[in-house]
Write a protein that binds this ligand. Structure first.
Ligand code: MUC
Ligand code: MG
Length: 374
């Protein structure tokens, strides 16, 4: 078993246009860049991985171009020639020789799991201990930047039975304007939908207290990352002050962040993301800390394409019920896909893909069409 070695790791940048501009507090996206990883083993098996961020360097410390360079120059040489099946040994090797770079590591961890699953005829969820569900709820983010367009989009998604939970991206405009925007959408949707907001760190604590007070009164269900990521004490104060729960996103990357927040008195909710933690296996360490501390869970996205989304779904499926569901809609925000069979979204959620590994096959023509050439 251990004589199957990692032979080759190829990275590709893939640029896919979005179906509409996607407006966040720090950037407006018209295109998403996926870093696709093809990891080949000595027996010919290929594992697929994806490492994707948002808006170049606008969201996180790793850019798509940087992720590709980091893998090509530093991480791939650490893995090539090593036995492929021992994920724990390979994770430890990467951790020992390369600090940080959790997005790049997440893509590689995904590719290793996909390859191992294909070799053993097991899904990634099975390798992670076993799926406890095969259909996961998925919310939709309304972020066109226009209140009426967002309302129309929400009603369309409800009619299609595609989504019944909505997240609004705010923080780019003055707080009173954002509160009016959110209030109008919630008033239009009423009890038909859960409405949450993501401020993406845009407020200071005093602005947050004012904004959250008004959003709570408007019937908003969840407030995501209202203040800067490193202000753990401030986030904990806001969580303790308001009834409406705070969702820690940029603040909580891995198990250590989760432990620090929980030990400091934060008890609301964590957004899990494979990219923040270093992969589908690594993110479960954070999930288990949260479960032990009584913190609710949410399956988060970096707006990955189908490969990264599938990898996340395999991890979330092992957790059973997620109190706040998931936001694994990334592929639906993109005009096209690079896989042969897209994920199946229906009944306000998505099916966990079946088949060995991630259960995803590339469409080589599409990949060739959208890949960046340097
Ligand atoms: C984030 O901060 O949550 C998730 C959904 C979305 O629209 O943006 C991402 C990033
Ligand atoms: Mg967020």
């Amino acid at each position: 078993m251990s004589d199957i070695l990692i032979k080759e790791i190829e990275t590709l940048l893939v640029d896919l246009p979005t179906i509409r501009p996607h407006k966040l507090s720090m950037t407006t996206m018209a295109c998403q860049t996926l870093v696709i990883i093809r990891l080949r083993l000595s027996d010919g098996t290929e594992g697929l991985g994806e490492a994707t961020t948002i808006g170049g360097l606008a969201y996180g410390p790793e850019s798509p171009e940087g992720i590709k360079q980091t893998i090509d120059t530093y991480l791939a040489p650490l893995l090539i020639g090593q036995p492929a099946h021992n994920l724990n040994a390979l994770r430890a090797r990467m951790a020992r020789h390369a600090r940080g770079n959790s997005f790049a590591k997440s893509g590689l961890e995904t590719a290793l799991l996909d390859a191992e699953g294909k070799r053993r005829g097991l899904s990634v969820a099975a390798l992670l201990g076993g799926a406890r569900c095969d259909h996961l709820p998925v919310l939709w983010t309304l972020a066109s930047g226009d209140t009426q367009k967002d309302i129309d989009e929400a009603f369309q998604r409800l009619e299609e039975r595609r989504h019944c939970d909505f997240k609004l991206k705010i923080g780019a405009n003055p707080v009173d304007q954002d509160v009016r925007h959110v209030g109008a959408i919630k008033a239009a949707l009423g009890d038909r939908a859960s409405v949450r907001v993501d401020v993406n760190q845009a407020w200071d604590e005093a602005t947050a207290a004012r904004g959250i007070d008004a959003l709570e009164a408007a019937g908003i269900d969840l407030i995501e990352q209202p203040i800067p990521a490193r202000e753990f004490a401030g986030l904990t104060r806001l969580a303790q002050r308001f009834v409406v729960p705070m969702l820690a996103d940029e603040a909580v990357h891995d198990a250590r962040d989760g432990f620090t927040l929980a030990a400091g008195g934060f008890g609301d909710a964590f957004a899990l993301k494979i990219a923040k933690a270093g992969g589908p296996r690594s993110v479960l360490e954070l999930a288990h800390v949260a479960q032990a501390a009584g913190v609710s869970l949410y399956g988060g996205t970096m707006l990955e394409g189908t490969i990264g989304t599938a990898a996340s779904l395999h991890a979330w499926a092992t957790l059973g019920e997620l109190t706040w569901g998931t936001e694994m809609f990334g592929p639906l925000l993109l005009k096209d896909d690079i896989v042969a069979r897209p994920l199946h979204y229906h009944e306000f959620g998505v099916d966990l893909p079946t088949g060995p590994g991630l259960g995803i096959t590339l469409d080589e023509d599409k990949l060739n069409h959208y890949r960046r050439r340097d």
